[in-house]
Design a protein around this ligand. Structure first.
Ligand SMILES: Nc1ncnc2c1ncn2[C@@H]1O[C@H](COP(=O)(O)OP(=O)(O)OP(=O)(O)O)[C@@H](O)[C@H]1O
Ligand SMILES: [Mg+2]
Length: 267
């Protein structure tokens, strides 16, 4: 579990995150959603320590990551896997070498063991046959999958993915989402995804944090979204007439289910 407690972040006199508190739950796909420029990447970078917060704390299993000495931080970093916005593969390395990179940085063991682990991860993302290829020789969706393989090679407890679906077609996006969701459940990882992909929100959003101008505007699950009365969230998620109609139909369907009717009456 990762906890953000009143984190603030700005650049010069421009405040980006005025004050954010949120919980990223274990074994769940936690989504951070919001318009471009709302502070999602900054928030993620603060969580993993790529940016220092101005004030507030980020706690990993209750331990204050932000206030830690560098050597203790390293231990937590060792448990973090990250898929960057735009994949960020090394162009001069093969797929296999890219996935091997974190093992060479942090891992121990023989070259044979490392290669075996790399192949396991490439198999998990169905890219075993592409091991000897260079990033320039594979498609965008394959690059994302290499990024995922590299992010999980050290068996992370925490997985961060910044816009894993940007630039991908809807079907490939769903495959990537499913892969991330399956890995999260299989290894009980605390996964955090930044996205503005509405398919991801509706399919994978166990726990969603909606950011609006650097503030947490709304928090809930994909099921709660259907009945949310938050105007800003509704404008963001159900941006077109088509989606607004789809929402109403879904609301009616869910209203037929007794447990939802009871819940809504209580609310
Ligand atoms: N290193 C930096 N220096 C100054 N300003 C920055 C820096 N990084 C981000 N910002 C500013 O912080 C704000 C939030 O940026 P951020 O990248 O977090 O947005 P985002 O929600 O991830 O957007 P997108 O969906 O486009 O990826 C923007 O106004 C951006 O210009
Ligand atoms: Mg971003």
């Amino acid at each position: 579990m990762i906890e953000l407690v009143n984190i603030k972040k700005g650049f010069g006199d421009k405040v980006i995150l005025p004050e954010v508190s949120a919980l990223m739950e274990t074994g769940k796909v936690n989504l951070i959603i919001g318009a471009s420029g709302s502070g999602k990447t900054v928030m993620m970078k603060c969580m993993v320590g790529l940016m220092e917060v101005d004030s507030g704390k980020v706690l990993y299993e209750g331990k204050d990551f932000t206030g830690m000495e560098e050597k203790n931080r390293k231990e937590i970093r060792r448990e973090i896997g990250m898929l960057f916005q735009g994949s960020a593969l090394f162009d001069s390395m093969t797929v296999e070498q890219n996935v091997m990179f974190p093992l060479n940085m942090f891992g121990s063991g023989s070259l044979r063991d490392k290669k075996k682990r790399v192949m396991e991860c490439l198999e998990r993302v169905q890219l075993k046959d592409a091991a000897k290829k260079f990033p320039a020789e594979i498609s965008g969706g394959m690059k994302k999958r290499v990024g995922i393989a590299r992010a999980i090679v050290l068996n992370p407890k925490y997985l961060f993915c910044d816009e894993p679906n940007s630039g991908l077609d809807p079907q490939t996006s769903l495959l990537i989402d499913k892969l991330i969701k399956d890995i999260t459940k299989e290894f009980n990882i605390t996964t955090v995804i930044n996205t503005h992909d509405m398919n991801t929100v509706m399919e994978s959003g166990d726990h969603i944090v909606y950011m609006y101008q650097g503030r947490k505007q709304w928090e809930g699950s994909n099921k709660d979204i259907i009945f949310s009365k938050d105007e800003k969230l509704n404008d963001f998620i159900f941006a077109s007439d088509f989606l607004r109609e789809a929402k109403e139909i879904r609301q009616m369907e869910m209203f037929q289910q007794k447990d939802w009717r009871d819940k809504l009456k209580k609310d």
